[in-house]
Design a protein around this ligand. Structure first.
Ligand code: ATP
Ligand code: MG
Length: 412
């Protein structure tokens, strides 16, 4: 019997793989221009890392983590997100001793046991960044601008939504009041939200069920509970965004699904991809480093979902022109192998036709491959320009390569 891929997992190939690579390369380029450094993090972590950071009561920890015991009896999880690992690495490698602040980015697969649908998979990929050690909202503005630059470069339209969650203390007071309100309207909430009232009431504000959205319309607002300091930094951030001409909407219901956030939270949302509209999200987590055993370190970060960016990415980058080499003898072709490796060394994209057959069928293949040039290897090498139809015979292969190089550098 044929073996199929596991539900919620995907093969990314062909044009989709090109999109994936283009998005990651573009992001890497932009992040490096912002002077972020890459960190390559493990896919498996101690389960308690996520319990202590993402939060015991969150959907991720409660229902979505892939957990198992390894052969040494360690309780581990496939990472559901990147921030926890980045913080763990920051502490474990004492990166805080290496400068006054740190800017890191990462990329790769994340795993969550969710209900698969368009734009939602059990293995998905994120590109994200973190800033450690900066308290001022200047960092929040810069991070948001960096995400905006990425979306602009990819020609993706998304609405920026921002909110502030304040500190843990005032949020606690707010949650108390919110619980009272939710209990009063309990019958109108979905079953999941009914249980959330006790376990994770903030998450009700984020529920996608219509009835829930309706019933929280008049819920108390977190912003009314926040201290002066939080409001001031929120004001600052908005001023920075205005200076940068980044449009935003304030969404007092934006709470995010992870426990570690404080103060600024933000999402970039697209209306073009239905319910799975959030393409990038992040915020501050000023307590997390200390909570995980590091020195008190204000920090913030974001992650973008690569699959969702792929859905929204309309154009793929122009591809390198292809030269196809067609050997004319059937049995032994050392000359063709040598020419092909010479062209590749010169950084030309080259396909040596590996299948034998009639000249006609070989030309058909060259056409299908989208060859810009074809080289026939007879006694003397011959170059054909597939666009103009022009054909030219050369004395030596070196002569042909010289001309080919000149032409390809002119046109690319
Ligand atoms: P959502 O509300 O869509 O579930 P989230 O709040 O769980 O998103 P985060 O944990 O903040 O998402 O992750 C950041 C980004 O990663 C999301 O905005 C989204 O683009 C992407 N993402 C999250 N979960 C998935 C998934 N299961 N499949 C594909 N992409 C995902
Ligand atoms: Mg989610």
């Amino acid at each position: 019997m044929e073996i199929k891929k596991v539900r919620g997992f995907q093969d990314i190939y062909g044009k989709e793989a090109k999109k994936y690579r283009y998005i990651v390369d573009t992001a890497r380029n932009i992040f490096e221009n912002y002077n972020f450094e890459e960190i390559i993090l493990p896919y498996i972590e101690d389960i308690s890392l996520f319990i202590r950071s993402v939060g015991e009561a969150t959907d991720i920890v409660q229902k979505e983590m892939y957990t198992f015991e390894d052969k040494g009896g360690r309780k581990v999880a496939l990472r559901p997100e990147g921030t926890a690992s980045a913080v763990r690495a920051f502490i474990e490698n004492k990166l805080y001793t290496k400068g006054s602040y740190h800017k890191l980015f990462y990329e790769g697969a994340m795993f969550r046991y969710e209900r698969p649908q368009a734009g939602r998979y059990r293995q998905f990929h994120q590109i994200g960044a973190e800033i450690f050690g900066v308290e001022t909202p200047l960092a929040d503005a810069e991070l948001i601008k960096m995400v905006k630059d990425l979306l602009d470069r990819l020609s993706i339209n998304a609405r920026l939504e921002i909110n502030t969650l304040g500190d843990f203390e005032s949020r606690k007071r707010y949650i108390q009041t919110l619980k009272e309100y939710l209990n009063k309207t309990k019958e109108n909430l979905c079953d999941v939200c009914k249980t959330r009232i006790d376990t994770n009431p903030l998450r009700v504000l984020d529920c996608k069920v219509k009835a829930c959205k309706q019933s929280i319309k008049d819920a108390p607002k977190l912003i009314d509970f926040l201290p002066e300091e939080s409001l001031k930094r929120y004001q600052r951030l908005k001023e920075y965004l205005k200076e940068l001409k980044i449009e935003f909407v304030e969404n007092p219901r934006l709470v995010r699904g992870l426990d570690y956030y404080t103060d600024t939270v933000f999402e970039f949302v697209s209306d073009e991809i239905g319910a799975q509209g959030t393409i990038a999200a992040g915020g501050r987590y000023d307590n997390l480093v200390e909570q995980l055993g590091g020195p008190p370190t204000p920090a913030l970060g974001f992650a973008a979902g690569i699959e969702r960016l792929m859905i929204l990415l309309k154009q793929t980058p122009p591809e390198k022109q292809l030269t196809v080499i067609i050997p004319m003898i059937q049995e032994f072709e050392p000359q063709a192998l040598k020419l092909a490796s010479l062209l590749r060394k010169k950084d030309l994209r080259t396909e040596l036709l590996l299948k034998t057959g009639s000249l006609k069928s070989k030309m058909k293949t060259a056409n299908k491959l989208g060859a810009k040039y074809v080289i026939f290897l007879h006694e003397k090498p011959e170059l054909k320009d597939m666009e103009t139809g022009e054909q030219e015979i050369f004395q030596t292969e070196e002569d042909l390569v010289d001309v080919l190089l000149k032409r390809t550098t002119q046109t690319s």
